[in-house]
Design a protein around this ligand. Structure first.
Ligand code: COA
Length: 171
């Protein structure tokens, strides 16, 4: 397994893996599949918002993770929201944890002081992953939004990022 910044050639794989996550209804309120061209703009902003991929020994993309803006206000410039998606057939095999750790390090290198996310309460793999990577569960938003007409609750997770030192690996 190798983790590196995403490149143009990775866009179809990133879109495909994202669409699996959308289809599975486990990870996001999004319901519209993405095209590679929808992901392209993320690459243009990679200096500010890291986008990493994990590739296997054959250089096939197995997973991606990124940071996006939490809020546009300047005071929140160091707070990032993260997403992580692992190819269906590669889940539960230890791909996600090193990728999320690498994303934390990328965020630290860019001066972020916190990453956070919201996870469906029933998404145990994601909650376990976050716990394994040093995130704490802050609390729950109830009836946060509807997915396919069903109200869902989400758990807020955060991890503070130490400044000027390597991110401690919990994995
Ligand atoms: C959530 C996800 C990113 C985790 O990545 P992964 O590669 O499957 O996770 P890993 O194999 O690195 O395991 C990380 C932790 O999760 C646990 N885990 C993984 N799959 C699990 C499962 N199906 N059930 C329970 N725990 C699970 C592992 O045991 C490990 O915890 P531990 O260190 O305490 O043992 C991946 O399953 C995925 O892409 N799911 C669909 C999209 C998604 O939910 N993304 C997150 C959106 S918030």
């Amino acid at each position: 397994m190798n983790i590196r910044p995403a490149q143009q050639a990775d866009l179809p794989a990133i879109a495909r893996i994202y669409n699996q996550g959308i289809e599975d209804r486990l990870a996001t309120f999004e319901t519209q599949p993405r095209l590679p061209s929808d992901i392209g703009p993320w690459l243009a902003r990679i200096d500010r918002y890291p986008l990493l991929v994990s590739v296997d020994a054959d250089q096939k993309v197995q997973a991606w993770a990124n940071v996006s803006a939490y809020r546009e206000r300047d005071c929140y410039a160091g707070v990032g929201e993260f997403s992580i998606y692992v190819e269906r057939s590669a889940r539960g095999q230890g791909v996600g944890a090193p990728l999320l750790h690498a994303l934390l390090q990328s965020a630290a290198d860019r001066g972020y002081w916190k990453l956070l996310s919201r996870i469906f309460t029933f998404n145990q793999p994601s909650r376990r992953l976050c716990s394994a990577c040093g995130f704490r569960e802050v609390g729950e938003y109830q009836r946060h939004a509807r997915l396919d007409g069903r109200w869902l609750d989400v758990v807020i997770v955060e991890r503070l990022i130490p400044q000027n030192q390597p991110v401690q690996s919990e994995v």
